[in-house]
Design a protein around this ligand. Structure first.
Ligand code: FPP
Ligand code: MG
Length: 265
């Protein structure tokens, strides 16, 4: 009997907490909200180590955090969320870790996009941003299928950057600009043209408003270097990515709203 009452109380507490969180998000969404927020999801392995888990489990818990944070963003009506899921540099990690990350992406990307799951519920289009030609064939097939499942969604965008490097993105864009300039014989290469040919712009992303890196590390590590150059709020959070949640995010949003109100007066 006592067990039954305890379970009922726990259920009630979850319900109340969920309702309170949703109400809080609705209040925040009434103010100015960023259009585009990017996350450097860092700290999965340190989180795994201190919680006596395997590295692969740290990344799997990181995926659960991604779902949680994405839903918070969508409830706030943020139009575009970008996440750094795999750096080109990450191919240098141990073959076991690379394989675990690839398997996670292969499985979970499809899960996210299936009927009834998060991206369909909120009308989110998935873009894989980066050197997809470097992905193993089966992973590439899975992520292409996942993108396909969401290609008609138009309420929001999720950019999963993998395998990604900002310097590669900029170099590729410059290459395209040079090719176009040579074809048109107008050798004037502008920042507007470079911006237009970035992988993120081609994927339809609005300008970046906030970039957040977790795990207490204060570097951008070849992520969104071009996108972060003007008026972007750069935030560093001490939480390891799998632990990052609503109460780490709220102060960042409040800071954005304070700045937005300051510049509008
Ligand atoms: C950085 O932490 C994290 C990664 C290299 C992987 C991020 C991937 C996920 C959160 C899963 C994403 C899943 C999908 C389906 C998109 P780290 O490994 O550098 O940890 P450390 O900083 O503690 O060493
Ligand atoms: Mg790291």
């Amino acid at each position: 009997m006592a067990g039954l009452i305890l379970s009922a109380l726990q259920w009630l507490q979850t319900k109340v907490t969920t309702r309170a969180h949703r109400l809080l998000l609705r209040v925040l969404a009434a103010g100015p909200v960023p259009r585009h927020v990017a996350f450097v999801m860092d700290g999965n392995r340190r989180y795994a180590r201190i919680n006596h888990k395997k590295v692969a489990q740290g990344h799997a818990d990181g995926y659960q955090a991604l779902r949680r944070v994405l839903e918070i963003c969508l409830r706030l009506n943020i139009k575009c969320v970008s996440v750094y899921a795999f750096a080109i540099e990450n191919f240098k990690r141990s073959p076991e870790e690379v394989q675990a990350l690839m398997e996670l992406c292969q499985l979970k990307m499809l899960e996210l996009c299936e009927h009834g799951d998060l991206l369909q519920e909120y009308g989110v289009r998935l873009n894989i941003v980066g050197r997809t030609d470097l992905l193993p064939e089966d992973v590439l097939a899975a992520v292409q299928r996942a993108q396909d499942l969401t290609k008609h969604n138009n309420r929001s965008i999720l950019n999963v950057c993998m395998p990604y490097a900002s310097t590669e993105e900029i170099t590729t864009s410059v290459e395209t600009c040079v090719r176009e300039a040579l074809e048109s014989k107008d050798l004037n290469i502008t920042t507007t043209a470079i911006e237009k040919n970035l992988r993120t712009t081609l994927a339809g992303s609005p300008p970046l408003d906030i970039i957040i890196r977790t795990s207490g590390v204060k570097r951008l590590s070849d992520f969104f270097l071009w996108q972060s150059c003007e008026g972007v709020q750069v935030q560093f959070s001490d939480a390891y990515w799998p632990d990052f949640g609503l109460f780490d995010f709220i102060p960042i949003i409040l800071d954005f709203q304070r700045r937005a109100w300051q510049t509008s007066v």
